[in-house]
Write a protein that binds this ligand. Sequence first.
Ligand SMILES: Nc1ncnc2c1ncn2[C@@H]1O[C@H](COP(=O)(O)OP(=O)(O)OP(=O)(O)O)[C@@H](O)[C@H]1O
Ligand SMILES: [Mg+2]
Length: 246
Amino acid sequence: MISIVGMPGLSKTTLARKLYNDPYITHYFHIRAWTYASQLPRKTDMLLDILRSVNVVFTDEFKNMTNEKLGEKLYKQLKGKRYIIVIDDLWDIGVWVDLKMYFPNDNNGSKVMLISRLKEVVMHALPDCHPHCLLFLTEEESWELLQQKVFQNESCPPELIEIGMQIMKNCGGLPLAIVVTAGFLARDNKAQESWKQLAQSVSSYIISDPNQYLDTLALSYNHLPRQLKPCFLYLGAFAEDEEIPV
Ligand SMILES: Nc1ncnc2c1ncn2[C@@H]1O[C@H](COP(=O)(O)OP(=O)(O)OP(=O)(O)O)[C@@H](O)[C@H]1O
Ligand SMILES: [Mg+2]
């Protein structure tokens, strides 16, 4: 069992995805499956997500199966195989309690990874497992990420370094804040004046009050071109992590 814990935007999913797609991991495990829990009840969908990754041929009979039957099918498919299953965005211990019986423990190196914003949920779900609590980025790491996102492979022009560093500090080491901010900086004309304006809107209290990071996200919306604003709002009709069929 592995768990990753941290506030929104601290790069839990990014880290887990990187591991999940690492060539060593894809080679080592016979089965890899990724699902997410979210705040909505989606136990059936979670079982189906995992079953799909197990290469079960889907027939109509799946549609009418109870969760117990789906779970039994999953257990049989996983039995004896070395698997890794990631459950992202876990909010409720009940989801884990309901699912864990379908993951056989054959002592063969299989892994289940739980990802949550809530440390207490993970501690409750896995009392014997020390959660991997992500840290904020250091100033060096933040500056490197900001520069990489704004200038790609080029380095920051000397006249923007001081103001750029100030903006970076105001992001409080939160990767999401850095990436969102870098988006504006890259789009703006990279002039000192417009960077100064942005430095004022990205305020340094992002981290001191966790709810304030939403202000940073609001900037994403406010800076969108007019025709894209309704598109962005339309996405609000979908639940977090939901797939959008096109
Ligand atoms: N080290 C990094 N380098 C580049 N981009 C990053 C890095 N870490 C995070 N990001 C970006 O920051 C954003 C937030 O990261 P992510 O979605 O992984 O956070 P999270 O901890 O899973 O948040 P949530 O609790 O909302 O699910 C993403 O857009 C991601 O691409
Ligand atoms: Mg996430």
